[in-house]
Design a protein around this ligand. Structure first.
Ligand SMILES: [Zn+2]
Length: 489
């Protein structure tokens, strides 16, 4: 059997996961067990990414010896140049401090985009432009969750993106605590007229996020008047984590919010002791008409095959809390810096290297979808995304043909100086996933992300959470890999 290297990782955004499931079958071991990626996500049949025509001639000869001979010197220069200054980090701090959170539909996002376009033009990048995208505009408004009994206590909470509002004055009701959907099904009769709290401890993002994304539907189905979730967090300092959620047209829409893990635990312990807990949830969220945002694009035009494209990037939008430093300004600045390094060193690859900072990843994925639609007649040979936070780099993950997998593993052997000489199976990203249907192979950078879900979607996602050296190392690894991917004969 021809071994394919597949799947999709990540992290992230719900829309990504639901897209994948619609198109592909899970892959099984010869023993019939589902194959899982390191992140615990199922490995799917590669409907198309592995069947695209291979972009490189004599691909079997593109081994590590070839890489060393052809790109060894360039890789050294790139890494040296990447580590020499922290302009990218200074600019990231400036953007986060000056424009604040970059939520879809908000002035902060569009001001940040204006500044990015202006700065990239001033840096002399090619074909710098904003490509319009219609995005949803959800506004949080005033919100709170207060324990009424057994004692008055204001809890730390954040409404979930897309949620409806409560009636004025809020919803006050008893809380039913469940650890998972199965327990809710077992105790459905107790849920009517109550507020359901899904107190599911963090395991893996993909598993735990289900309560955030599907909780409101499941609770409404059994007659709950509102629903709360334990924040999707691997560690907490009483910091609530927001994020996207879904409704179902056939089910009544109830307000849905996240509590800090500490406050979810207080309610759970009280109810385990047999105490009745009552809370008042107040939310003034609104969904306004769609707004216009933009994908930010800049290029290094190919010197021989400019019509062939390697696209790399991250998402420029963030949630409306914190300043989206890890999620995902870091990914945007690491890829922007990669383009900058190649330009400054005069390393123009055979094919076009395109930077794309996609908008609206967090609550709709409209930027990624619009990009795939608008550029569908172009020949993309690889799509790359960084959207897992910026920490010490550890290598890459890839989805596509085995021949390409081997080629990029050979290229990665030049990345020992920045600890990135590894390519795993199962790469991808939310914003590039719409390109799978166009048979575009997928890649992402892997980082030491054990602290990512400490800060993910919180008020604490600020520039101090990024080590400037990690940003430079990630940029170096990305610049070498993308240069080689865009330049191989
Ligand atoms: Zn993200």
């Amino acid at each position: 059997m021809r071994l394919y290297v597949v799947v999709i990782t990540l992290i992230l955004g719900n829309s990504f996961c639901s897209f994948a499931q619609q198109t592909r079958k899970p892959m099984l071991t010869p023993g019939g067990q589902p194959i899982l990626t390191p992140a615990g996500t199922p490995v799917f049949e590669p409907s198309s990414t592995a069947s695209a025509p291979l972009p490189y001639a004599n691909i079997a000869q593109l081994d590590s010896a070839f890489m060393q001979k052809t790109y060894g010197e360039a890789a050294k220069r790139i890494i040296q140049h990447a580590l020499k200054d922290s302009l990218a980090y200074t600019r990231l701090q400036y953007m986060c401090d000056t424009f604040g959170s970059r939520f879809s539909g908000s002035p902060g996002l569009e001001r940040a985009i204006d500044w990015l376009l202006q700065t990239m033009k001033a840096d002399g990048h090619e074909n710098v432009r904003g490509e319009d995208v219609k995005v949803p505009a959800w506004v949080r408004g005033e919100e709170s969750c207060v324990m009424v009994s057994p004692r008055p206590y204001t809890m730390s909470m954040l409404g979930l993106g897309g949620s409806v509002a409560t009636p004025p004055g809020g919803i006050t009701s008893e809380v039913l605590v469940v650890r998972d959907f199965a327990e809710l099904t077992r105790r459905a009769a107790e849920a009517k007229g109550k507020i359901v709290l899904f107190n599911a401890p963090f395991t893996q993002y993909r598993a735990t996020v289900r309560y955030r994304s599907e909780g409101a539907v499941r609770a409404a189905e059994v007659g709950a008047v509102a629903s709360l979730v334990r924040s999707v967090a691997s560690y907490s300092m009483r910091s609530p984590h927001t994020g996207g959620m879904r409704y179902q047209d056939s089910i009544v829409k109830i307000p849905h919010a996240a509590l800090s893990t500490e406050d979810a635990d207080i309610i759970a312990r009280m109810t385990e002791r047999g105490e009745k807990v009552k809370v008042c949830l107040t939310m003034n969220a609104q969904t306004l008409p769609d707004a216009v945002s933009r994908n930010v694009i800049a290029e290094l035009k190919g010197r021989e095959k400019p019509e062939e494209i390697v696209v790399m990037g991250g998402h420029i939008d963030s949630w409306d809390v914190g300043t989206g430093a890890l999620d995902d300004a870091g990914g945007c600045y690491a890829t922007w810096k990669a383009l900058q390094i190649l330009k400054e060193l005069g390393l123009r690859p055979r094919r076009t290297l395109r930077l794309a900072l996609w908008t609206n990843e967090e609550n709709g994925l409209r930027g990624g979808a619009e990009y795939a639609n608008r550029h569908q007649n172009e020949k993309h040979i690889l799509a790359f995304e960084s959207d897992g936070g910026i920490f010490a780099p550890e290598g890459f993950a890839f989805t596509g043909a085995p021949e390409l997998y081997k080629t990029y593993r050979a290229a990665a052997t030049l990345l020992h100086p920045v600890q990135s000489a590894n390519v795993k199976v199962g790469g991808g990203g939310a914003d590039i996933s719409p390109l799978i249907a166009q048979s575009v192979p997928q890649m992402n950078i892997e980082v030491e992300g054990s602290k990512y879900f400490w800060f993910h979607h919180t008020h604490a996602d600020t520039p101090d959470k990024i080590d400037p050296l990690d940003l430079n190392k990630c940029a170096a690894a990305i610049a070498v890999m993308m240069y080689i991917a865009a330049d191989l004969p």
